[in-house]
Design a protein around this ligand. Structure first.
Ligand code: PLP
Length: 451
């Protein structure tokens, strides 16, 4: 049986899926061909969806166009990356000019200083910063630096927290609660085959937003812990903000025990010019960054206290190695600097206000149709969850109506709205009230059809 036929027979066939199949015939044949060369037809598992993803052809502003010619408003912006939307003229002009001058050099370029200065000035924890090509490399380096600095090996992370795909971070990510056991003492579970059990054994897993249970677990490992890493807003899992009390506990515990506190702000830098650490007024020892700071080009960055970051300083012999052919390449640095320079405090305020309009509208639509919903998010980040139970912890996410979520995702695709499959998203500065209202009208129609 062909792949798509298999999926449609497994999935309760419904009009949303039928319409999706009708609208995406070219994507479907492209995906069939792609699978001959790429496992699953792509290089990024996080953006696969059933029965197959659309292939995009072009984008401009807040709109993307697929290979079948269908236009959609982009409410996910490459998993929160494109805060200025697609093809911002200032970014495009700058990189076009730079492309003609040079793509990548075997020597530093001035743009990385421009971007580093901007990040250090805005983000309170950054005394020094270094660039990588991905958020994965950024979190890998924060954890390695913490181990070198403390001389300890173990790290603690939250259940459901995503910090990229390197071994130490790829533990208890989208973990099935049945495998992880007690919500208050979650087991560390590898999120992929191929991760050595010795590595999993180095990871202490704590329940996100359960202050008491997390503190109890951490106290039991305090002499072996190099770092605690946390997303101040649990991002890809559902855009669930941490409670201030939770982050304050982590700050106090790590400080008291000489453990490095790492905020993974790859997504949450969207919350304020200085990131979620500004919003919560809590300064970690190290911060990892990515996504928006590259202006649409591959990027990551990590930084923090001078005494930790100086471990990387080669002038007197680096204690922690760090290389990368494309690290801080001029195109990425320039795109990142130009993008970040566009973002004023007012930009963050208006993005947050527009996101609140969307969140309030979703609640209203659901109330009108008597569909239980929780709407999460912070700043320009949002998540829609079909459940009556408030979403605070990772385990709360398992009360959601997944089947409805799947149908609403296809429905929104059919209506011309692009969003993540788990209905999380992020606004860009080129989305206005009109687009938000279009989203809400579409969302209303889709939910009504599920009746
Ligand atoms: N950390 C967080 C919080 C993320 O959301 C992501 C990616 O979604 C990463 C790290 C990894 O970043 P990258 O995909 O650039 O490797």
């Amino acid at each position: 049986m062909k792949e798509v036929e298999k999926v449609t027979s497994q999935t309760k066939v419904n009009s949303e899926l039928e319409r999706y199949l009708e609208l995406t015939t070219k994507s479907r044949s492209m995906w069939e061909e792609a699978k001959e060369y790429l496992p699953g037809g792509d290089s990024r598992n996080s953006i696969f969806w059933q029965p197959y993803p659309i292939f995009l052809d072009s984008s401009q502003g807040c709109r993307v166009q697929d290979v079948d010619g269908v236009e959609r408003i982009d409410f996910v912006n490459s998993m929160t990356t494109l805060i200025l939307g697609h093809g911002h003229p200032a970014v495009v002009k700058a990189i076009q000019q730079q492309a003609a001058r040079g793509l990548v050099y075997n020597a530093p370029n001035p743009y990385q200083v421009r971007l580093a200065r901007l990040l250090c000035q805005r983000i309170s924890s950054l005394e020094l910063v270094r660039f990588t090509n991905s958020g994965t490399e950024a979190t890998m380096n924060t954890l390695r630096a913490a181990r070198a600095f403390t001389g300890r090996d173990k790290i603690a992370k939250c259940e459901g927290g995503y910090h990229g795909t390197h071994d130490l971070a790829f533990v208890s990510v989208r973990v099935d609660p049945k495998l992880a056991g007690d919500a208050k003492r979650p087991k560390a579970v590898a999120s992929s085959e191929g991760i050595p059990k010795e590595v999993v054994g180095q990871v202490v897993v704590i329940p996100f937003n359960d202050t008491e249970a997390s503190q109890e677990i951490l106290e039991g490992h305090k002499d072996q812990l190099a770092a605690v890493i946390v997303e101040p807003v649990l991002g890809t899992a559902g855009m669930v903000p941490a409670d201030t009390e939770y982050l304050a506990m982590l700050r106090e515990f790590t400080q008291r025990n000489g453990i490095v506190l790492i905020f993974d702000e790859v997504i949450s830098l969207r919350v304020a010019p200085g990131g979620a650490q500004e919003h919560y007024d809590i300064t970690p020892d190290m911060t990892s960054l990515g996504k928006i700071i590259g202006g649409g080009f591959p990027i990551g960055a990590f930084g923090g206290r001078r005494e930790i970051m100086e471990l990387y300083d080669p002038t007197e012999g680096a204690r922690v190695g760090h290389a990368g052919t494309f690290n801080a390449n001029p195109i990425t640095m320039l795109a990142g600097a130009v993008t970040m320079e566009q973002l004023t405090p007012e930009t963050y305020h208006s993005l947050a206000a527009l996101t609140e309009r969307l969140q309030g509208g979703v609640r209203q639509v659901c109330a009108g149709l008597e569909v239980p919903v929780q709407v999460t998010g912070l700043g320009s980040l949002f998540g829609i969850h079909f459940t009556a139970r408030p979403i605070r912890t990772y385990r709360d996410l398992f009360t959601r109506d997944q089947d409805l979520c799947q149908r609403v995702f296809w429905g929104l695709m059919n209506e011309g709205i692009l969003i993540a499959t788990n209905l999380v998203g992020a606004l860009s500065t080129v989305i206005g009230e009109r687009e938000v209202d279009t989203f809400l009208d579409s969302f209303h129609r889709v939910l009504e059809r599920q009746g």
